[in-house]
Each structure stands twice: as structure tokens, then as C-alpha cells.
Write a new protein. Structure first.
Length: 78
């Protein structure tokens, strides 16, 4: 790219800034709408890994903390 190409691109941007910004905002709105309608597969996987179902309830306690809670519960039985 030559310096003249860069100046031409900048000149075009400044001459058409409103339209370019409007296109960017429209694209951002479209992305937000699609994200709102489509559940995140990553979020679903993370929830499945974190939460396990016990008696109809989801236990989101990390496994290490679960073991600690179980040990404390066992000591309370003594």
C-alpha cells in the first residue's frame, strides 16, 4: 500500500463517516440480536461441567469443595 492509498482511504472515511458508523452500529445490533436468540454452546458446556444434578437440584459447588463439605457433614454425625 502506498502512502497515497492510505490518504485516499482516510479521506473516504472522513467524507463518509456517518454512513460507515451507521453500518457498524447496524452490524453490532445484528450480532446482539443473534447472540440473544442463540444460546452459547460454550456456556452450556461450562454449566454441564460445573453443575451435576442431585435430587432434581443442580449442585454448582466445585468438586474439591464438595468433598470438604461431605467430610464436615460426616464429622457432624459423630
Amino acid at each position: 500500500m502506498s502512502l497515497a492509498d492510505i490518504y485516499a482511504a482516510l479521506a473516504y472515511y472522513y467524507d463518509h463517516r456517518e454512513a460507515i458508523q451507521a453500518d457498524i452500529r447496524a452490524g453490532e445490533r445484528l450480532v446482539a440480536e443473534i447472540q440473544a436468540q442463540t444460546p452459547s454452546k460454550l456456556q452450556q458446556k461450562l454449566q454441564q461441567q460445573r453443575g451435576t444434578v442431585f435430587g432434581g437440584k443442580i449442585n454448582n459447588t466445585p468438586p474439591g469443595r464438595r468433598r470438604l463439605s461431605q467430610r464436615r457433614a460426616n464429622r457432624a454425625d459423630w
